[in-house]
Design a binder for this molecule. Sequence first.
Ligand SMILES: [Zn+2]
Ligand SMILES: [Zn+2]
Length: 272
Amino acid sequence: MKICDMHTHSNNSFDALNSVDEMCQSAINKGLYAISITDHCEAPMIKEGKLCRFGYFDELIPKSNMETMRAKEKYSSEIKVLCGIELGEPMHDEKCTQKALSYGEYDFILASVHNLRGMEDFYYIDFSAVDIKKILNLYFDELAETANFNNFDSLAHLTYPLRYIKEKTGVIPDLTEYQNKIDLIYNTLIKNNKALEINVSGLYKGLGTTLPDETQIKRFRELGGKYITLGSDSHSSEYVGKDIDQGIELAKKCGFTHYTIYEKRRPILIEI
Ligand SMILES: [Zn+2]
Ligand SMILES: [Zn+2]
C-alpha cells in the first residue's frame, strides 16, 4: 500500500525541528510514496516587513518553497516530494492571504484555523476557565467561513481545539449539538470538490483519536465526501509518516476506497 504524508513541518515552521532535507530523507527511509512539506503561514500575521513571534513569513515561506523544490528534484527517483503550505486563518485578512499565496508555486494548500478572530491559538487558551460551548460554536462558524474561502485543497485538522480541551479538562466534548454546523462545512467542501484531512497526530499525541474522529469521517462520507488527505502533522523527522497506515485503515472503515494527494493543485487518487 502506498503511504503518503500530506502534512509535515520543516524547520521553516517556528515550532518544528528538522530541515526539509532531513524530513525527505526520513520519508525515504520509511518507504513513503510521497511527502508534502506544509510549513506554517499564519496569514493574518503577515504584515509588511514586520517580524511576528511565529517568525518572518516573508522569508520563511519562500525559503520553505525553494528548499522543497530543490528536494523534489534531488529525490525524484526515490520519492514524490510535494510543495505545500499550511495556510492559517485565510479568512481573517484577505490581503495577507493573497500575499501568502504569492510566495511560491504550491502543489498542495492546507487551510486551517488555529485561532479565532482576536484570540490566541487554542494552544494558549485555559479551557478550564472559559465557556467551551461558546468557543466551539465560534470555531465551527469560522471553519465554515474558511471552507467557503475555496482557494485551498484540503481542510486541516477539523476539531483541532479538542486536543487542548482534553489536555486542560480531561474531557472530550460531545459534538452532537454542533453537527448542523459541521454538516454545513462538509457540504461546502463537497460542493467545491475539496478534501477533508484525516490528521493522525491525535493518535500519537495523546488525544487518542484522529482529527476529526471516525464518527465525523463517516458523516463526511455519508454526505457524499469524495476526497480525503492524510497527514501526520509531524514537526520532526522522527514522526514523518507516523500512524498514516492507521489513518488509511480508518478511511477504509468509513467507506473510502481511495485517498488523495495533490500535485500542482490537482487531485491524484491513491487506492486503498
Ligand atoms: Zn495546524
Ligand atoms: Zn500543521
